[in-house]
Design a binder for this molecule. Structure first.
Ligand SMILES: [Fe+2]
Length: 242
């Protein structure tokens, strides 16, 4: 796919009320994640994936009630995609064209993003957490990319500032990427009480070398002193350099 990205067309803006978080708009005609995921699930609309899934369950003699295991089953379908599938081609292209345009190309990123499904009417799929408590990485920046419009109960909830635990949902539309300091800002989900299912991916990247582009600095710069990058002890084991 030989798409030329005009950097001036990339539009990035601050998320009101979440320290350092940004939203980046991209063109879904060039990166048609939702169409690809809908084709994988063989549905017309990811938003109503719960309805198709209930019909599927009932056809197979299963109870129509939805729970956490339904989210996991559907998530697995995406996780089983082959590395050579269209999805991965578009994903890598997206990172190298769009993310690279904003943060520079001296970076490493997850070669396999986490796939998420949060069906309408199901309980929370992620407890409150800070990624760095698990990864031990201070240098990573999170990108959260919904393939459906995400808001209120079907979205990601993030605290407004480090340690405040005042979680609020972030409204992120399909065609937007949420970029935030998931390493140290507590985040998670609540019950999806909307009538819209959410399908999304998320991944982390880190800047390689000593020069931190301003765009990346602006996301991490507001951390409390004891969490600053100056204390970085990076092992960079999880990401694949490219
Ligand atoms: Fe996380």
């Amino acid at each position: 796919m030989g798409i030329n990205i005009d950097k001036n067309q990339l539009y990035i803006f601050d998320v009101d009320g979440i320290n350092g978080a940004k939203i980046l708009n991209y063109d879904t005609r060039h990166y048609p994640f939702a169409k690809i995921a809908a084709a994988v699930f063989k549905v017309n609309s990811l938003e109503y994936l719960h309805k198709d899934w209930i019909r599927y369950k009932m056809r197979h003699g299963k109870p129509p009630e939805l729970n956490y295991s339904d989210n996991l089953s559907l998530r697995k379908v995406l996780q089983n995609l082959d590395d050579n599938s269209l999805f991965y081609k578009v994903y890598h292209h997206f990172v190298r064209q769009i993310i690279c345009s904003v943060f520079g190309c001296k970076m490493s990123y997850s070669s396999h993003p986490k796939m998420r499904v949060h069906l309408a009417g199901t309980a929370s799929v992620s407890k409150w957490h800070r990624d760095a408590d698990i990864t031990r990485r201070r240098d990573q920046i999170n990108i959260w990319l919904p393939f459906t419009n995400a808001y209120q109960g079907n979205s990601l909830w993030i605290e407004s500032d480090y340690g405040l635990a005042d979680y609020q949902p972030v409204s992120v539309n399909y065609g937007q990427a949420l970029i935030f300091d998931g390493g140290f800002l507590d985040h998670g989900t609540v019950d999806n009480d909307t009538d819209v299912s959410r399908v999304s991916i998320d991944f982390r990247f880190s800047i390689l070398g000593s020069h931190m582009p301003e765009t990346a600095q602006s996301i991490l710069a507001h951390r409390p002193h004891d969490l600053r990058l100056a204390d970085l002890r990076s092992t960079q084991t999880e990401n694949s350099p490219w």
